[in-house]
Design a protein around this ligand. Structure first.
Ligand SMILES: [Zn+2]
Length: 59
């Protein structure tokens, strides 16, 4: 999985203004027995809309 870092810009579409790049403002990881799930908060640099995303990575 790609390394995610706070302040990094990722290619993702804003749900409000459809700008195609969002900035990561916070990352949480949740560990389960077989997987790690990452919850990351994104903010659109254009309209300021906040969003949360969930991704999973196999161990
Ligand atoms: Zn936006």
């Amino acid at each position: 999985m790609n390394q995610l870092a706070i302040g990094q810009l990722i290619q993702k579409r804003c749900t409000r203004c459809f700008h195609d790049e969002l900035k990561i403002i916070k990352i949480d990881s949740k560990e389960f027995s077989e997987k790690v799930a990452y919850v990351f908060w994104t903010q659109c640099p254009k309209c300021g809309n906040n969003d949360t995303n969930l991704t999973q990575a196999d161990r």
